[in-house]
Design a protein around this ligand. Structure first.
Ligand code: GLA
Length: 728
């Protein structure tokens, strides 16, 4: 049992393998927070009661929500810190007040209506705490789901309006966590298109600080992942509390340290970009947020997250091995040509690739990025005998076939727009601003989603597609829905995502053998909800080695190699070509390998080299995909873009723990005369074993590896090295 209730002390305890979470019902109605952290720790004392704190007349001074640690802080309740729920009632005020009513503990978990969530794992239980508000007649249900083996606890809430009047949710946060101290650093991931997921570490200050997206997508700019870490935290030591949100739209990660020195963390939909009206009889479910705690630094935190994403988030892997794809985008752009693609397939398979992916440009009048989105039929000029016939011809060689789509989008220059100009996300009376010449379809309107299902069905049924690359190439301005009434306009983006997930689910059900790769101008929706409806995500449109080192390192902080799609693209430099090809490959095999180059223009020696790369990748694929990641050098902590890490085999990778270890060292810039020496400590090597580096033949004892291999950084720029230690 991972969840206990002590009915005498009125204390709930949720346990995972290494962590413990506790809360208490006070005065029969308030839910206060006691502890989250290392299992078996003593709980800290309560916050000191201070003056200027509103108290309840029946309880008297000495207890107030103002300074206490609260499980789900509510607006206007006398808790003056940032709050998790703000509800406007029919009287017009937002005083939000729910009292504990009852609770239940269920085995496993319930799905969340319309929104992806984690799947129950071995030992999963859910604590549901029911709270009521007598004034509005609303019922608030707090869900705590535990994933004991993963050291993960998730939270979300549902709100049922059982009253007679409508209410409006004006702020909705899924996690509300009070920690009794404040000496944290915050780690977050920021970026831009082509520069995703830079790691930022800043001291948490007294006051309020926020990371959020207002872009209608989880975005390249800020990722929903966030961690609070003790000042001494590094890869192997220190306290780390990490959070993430299972949603792809706007989000808010809010941290507030009060002047008493307590820290509140809120993760959820936020308030600025969200509102939701609940008529009498209606209910609302928030997305789920997750948290983990590691007493052993950042490395353990990442491994908790990685395993959780693999086991409980990513839905399925239709193929035994991830296909090594050859994507046409950087080779052909919009010049889609049947013959060239068939030749691509015939050539790709000779060199060990598994799939050719036809990117943008195959449909409607899509000859450039200004037209065609929304018209999901194969361009008859480009495919005179139809798509099915073309795909069959590509696949004759035995290669698999993938295709690009961007369902949420529409170009004003499209048949669909001409027929349904009212089907776009827009605000009445305002200009519809363009981005990449496109608008967004109003997925809050079920008719639009239904139309797309029929349209894709017509185009794809009977076509032997193995893979879909699902793109999303603009953010949401003028965030309104012509379909929704005036008093529901604040719901437009939230409901847009219900439509998006509906379409993803439809694809997965209709084409169960098709793998979905997610993309949003690269990694613009690199979030847990997208991971729950696809197998992997295109990490970034930027395939330049210099940037990839950072983008991938940042991505791996919160998300596993298992979802990280990494392509080797054409090294544009002629004089150092083979070295760069090698460097790009060594970078790419931190994740799932693919290629993005014009294979018909490659010379034989290059293609033979690629063949060797793929053979090597196949020999370590399971180790990379399911192995545990240990980071040694962060490219964000040196100026040369030096990054070193290793994957160690686990049972899931089909081997014994630490039977094989793949160590990677990458350097964008060489030593250039400096004396830079690292000691790569392979802590996970079995100290009783002997290992052989299968790339050099050199033997090491496990103890030697534990103590570290000395590595002197060479003068070479754009240079990588690999070691594959195998137990003898
Ligand atoms: C986005 C994707 C690219 C490519 C183009 C096609 O930018 O990230 O990989 O598919 O769209 O328009």
């Amino acid at each position: 049992m991972s969840i206990r209730f002590d009915s005498e002390g009125k204390i709930f305890v949720i346990e995972t393998a290494n962590t413990e979470y506790a809360m208490k019902i006070e005065h029969d109605r308030f839910l206060t927070h006691l502890f989250y952290g290392k299992k078996g720790s003593e709980y800290p004392g309560k916050a000191r009661y201070r003056s200027f704190s509103p108290y309840y007349q029946d309880i008297g001074e000495g207890f107030s929500l103002t300074d206490d640690y609260n499980e789900f802080a509510m607006f206007g309740s006398g808790d003056f810190r940032c709050t998790a729920l703000k509800l406007r009632n029919s009287n017009g005020n937002c005083c939000t007040c729910f009292y504990y009513d009852s609770h239940e503990i269920i085995t496993g978990r319930e799905a969340i209506k319309g929104i992806p969530c984690a799947r129950a794992q071995e030992g999963t239980e859910t604590l549901v705490i029911h709270m009521v508000d007598n004034l509005t007649g609303c019922k608030l249900n707090l869900f705590y789901t535990v994933f004991p083996k993963h050291d993960i606890i998730s939270r979300y809430f549902t709100l049922e309006n059982n009253g007679t009047e409508s209410v409006k949710i004006e702020k909705a946060m899924s996690i509300c966590l009070d920690l009794p101290h404040h000496d944290f650093d915050m780690i977050s991931l920021y970026g831009a298109h082509m520069e995703e997921r830079n790691v930022q570490r800043t001291p948490v200050m007294i006051g309020n600080q926020r990371i959020m997206s207002r872009r209608g997508a989880s975005s390249h700019q800020f990722n929903p992942f966030m961690a609070l870490v003790s000042k001494n935290a590094n890869e192997t030591e220190g306290d780390v509390y990490a959070f993430n949100f299972v949603f792809s739209g706007n989000f808010l990660d809010e941290v507030e340290v009060d002047p008493n020195g307590a820290t509140r963390v809120l993760i959820g939909l936020g308030e600025e970009n969200f509102g939701y009206k609940l008529e009498a009889g209606e209910s609302f479910s928030s997305p789920e947020a997750i948290m983990t705690y590691s007493a052993d630094g950042l490395g353990r935190m990442s491994r908790n997250m990685h395993k959780f994403v693999r086991d409980a988030i990513v839905p399925r892997d239709p193929f035994k091995q991830r296909p090594v794809v050859l994507n046409t985008w950087e080779a052909c752009y919009f010049d889609i040509d049947e013959k060239v693609l068939i030749d691509f397939g015939n050539e790709a398979i000779k060199y060990g690739m598994d799939m050719v992916v036809m990117d943008d440009g195959w449909f409607g009048k899509r000859l450039n990025d200004r037209a065609g989105l929304g018209d999901w039929y194969a361009n008859p000029d480009r495919f005179p005998n139809g798509l099915a016939d073309f795909v069959d011809r590509v696949k004759k060689s035995g290669i698999k076939f993938g295709i690009w789509i961007e369902p949420e989008m529409i170009n004003p220059d499209s048949d669909l727009y001409r027929a349904h100009p009212d089907w776009c996300i827009s605000c009445e009376g305002r200009e519809r601003s363009l981005s990449r010449s496109q608008l967004l379809l109003d997925f809050a309107n079920p008719e639009v989603v239904e139309y797309l299902k029929q349209s894709f069905k017509k185009t794809f049924d009977g076509v032997a597609i193995d893979y879909i690359k699902w793109d999303f190439n603009r953010h949401i301005s003028e965030p309104g829905s012509p379909y929704l009434p005036a008093d529901r306009q604040d719901e437009a983006i939230f409901r847009f995502y219900l439509g998006v997930y509906d379409l993803f689910n439809w694809f997965m059900e209709t084409y169960p053998d098709v793998m979905i790769e997610n993309c949003s101008g690269g990694g613009g929706r690199y979030d847990l909800a997208m991971m729950a409806v696809s197998t992997q995500i295109w990490t970034s449109d930027n395939t330049a080695a210099r940037h990839r080192v950072h983008i991938q390192y940042g991505s791996l902080l919160a998300y596993p190699s298992y979802v990280m799609s990494c392509h080797v693209s054409n090294p544009m430099v002629l004089d150092d070509y083979m070295n760069l090809l090698d460097y790009k490959f060594k970078i790419a095999i931190a994740g799932m390998l693919g290629y993005e180059l014009h294979i018909l223009k490659m010379q034989d020696d290059v293609k033979n080299e690629i063949k060797k790369q793929i053979e090597f990748y196949r020999s370590v694929e399971q180790l990379i995909k399911y192995g545990d990641l240990y980071r040694l050098v962060s490219p964000f902590e040196n100026k040369k873009g030096i990054s070193s890490y290793y994957y160690v085999s686990t049972e899931e990778s089909g081997e014994g723990y630490a039977d094989r270890i793949l160590l990677t060292h990458l350097q964008n810039e060489g030593a250039r005369g400096e004396n830079i020496v690292y000691n790569f400590k392979i802590s996970e090597a079995d100290s009783n074993a002997t290992y052989k580096d299968s790339l050099t033949g050199k033997e090491y004892t496990g103890k030697q590896l534990n103590e570290g291999i000395e590595y002197v950084v060479s003068d070479k720029d754009m240079y990588g090295e690999l070691w594959l230690f195998e137990r003898v």
